[in-house]
Design a protein around this ligand. Sequence first.
Ligand code: ADP
Ligand code: 5GP
Length: 227
Amino acid sequence: MIKQKATGELIVISGPSGAGKGTVISKLLEDNKDLWLSISATSRKPRGKEKDGVEYYFLSEEDFVKKIDEDYFLEYAKYQDNYYGTPKSTIVDKLKEGLDVILEIEIQGAAKIKELVPEAIFIFILPPTEKELLKRLIGRNTEDSNKIIKRFERAYKEINEVTKYNYVVVNDEIDNAVEKVKSIIKAEKCRVDRIEDITLANQEEIIHEAIINKKFIDKTIYDNIKK
Ligand code: ADP
Ligand code: 5GP
């Protein structure tokens, strides 16, 4: 019948800092074993309880630049004075295994992925209002006020980039936003261009077998079909 692509999908999730990308993604991962979140490398310092190899691979700026030269990254970008990059190697393996891979990256990196993998799924997460965004950035309590203002200012610029994405999800109520992202992934998997092959079995053989097994069809129907 229909044979669908066996490889996974690449899903790019962006949105202003504080919109809730991380929160949405961790809920998505809770009940979907077919999803794999790529762990980025960064030259920024760990904040709060962040651990090396869990939220990020934390590198010195020097080591990060070395890895750029070694072509280690699928994409990388500078965001608020720090480098962030997606390691290349594991992603290809995970996609081949049939897992859907999520990249939670900012807009410059997403633009690079669009050049490399135009068929990837690009989702932009927005907060319901600017005021709520600022409230979330403050409430998260992970940056000092100076950095919060910088991230908030950048969010204003980033919001205009939404038109470069395939989907926009407003993260008003968390469960609602998670359901929307799940639906997007489900719908993408039904796309006709995911079909690799369509093969039709021999119709007569199937009908004949059905008669022999006397399961679905009666001989008179078969004779009528054959006329
Ligand atoms: P991002 O990854 O986009 O920077 P986070 O996931 O860290 O954002 O979320 C920023 C803050 O907003 C966190 O404190 C988080 O708990 C909170 N948050 C996320 N989604 C919602 C929501 N739908 N309603 C209220 N608060 C939220
Ligand atoms: P944070 O410092 O809040 O963890 O991340 C800052 C920004 O960097 C977020 O918008 C996040 O999506 C982005 N980011 C995280 N990892 C990567 C990456 O590998 N590549 C790029 N381009 N951006 C990333």
